[in-house]
Design a protein around this ligand. Sequence first.
Ligand code: AKG
Length: 272
Amino acid sequence: MLTERQQAHYEAFGFLFQRELFSADEMSVIGEEADRIWQEESQRPGFQLSDQGSQHTSSFVERSPLLSRIVEDDRIYLTAQRLAGEGMVWTNSEGNITGYGTAPWHPDRRNMAPGDLDYPRLKVMLYLDEVSAANGALRVIPGSHKNPFHDSLYPMLQKQDDGKDWDVIPESDDPADMPYGVAGDQMPCQVVESKPGDVLFFNQCLWHAAYNAYAGRRYIALKFAGNPTTDGHLATLRWYSGGAFSPSEAFLNSDSERLRGLVTRMAELGSA
Ligand SMILES: O=C(O)CCC(=O)C(=O)O
């Protein structure tokens, strides 16, 4: 169960890292099942890796009863509920085998409209391989989920042509050309070095990045959002998580009250 201080840490810094939440035995079963799904996916007609050689599979844990159990497990569900709030909803999962070396600095959820930063969006990362500063660990800038700090970091992005959203900027050969005069991997931050079984919970408005990653690095991401109560919440969910309004049948018809509870509201909103 989350302590008040752990919750305070998440609120203040935008992330909470919990070591050894899952045992080595559990992680070995999870890793094997994840590999099975990636392998199955790669056999589908028309399957292609991304430009950077990554295998990105969305609705990942939804494909497997065994992996779905991670979501309803007290260690994830109860913590997510405390961090995203009562009435939280499910906004999908990902299973990634990354091919890239760098994920430049960005927040997953950007400040596009008033209230965006206040709407809880939570990502839960389970790295299936050991990651370190030299080896693709996620880096976070503590406190960057809140304004004015959050907005002050947009020089690290570039506006898209239609002016609606932002893209990451590529790393320059000369660090002096980077927005803060230092290479991305020299930015002040916390490097979240992780072993299988450790779990990172982070606010998706938090600025984060990965450097020195290697091909074949695997992680599962579980995504939750707070109870959508305003037009603004619905608008941002539609922008980033449109698929969440048509949840997987596996969750909708699950025996687990927790899994059904995470998606029923989204399905109702989707059919309204
Ligand atoms: O490659 C990673 O470890 C993280 C990628 C990332 O930035 C993200 O999931 O938003």
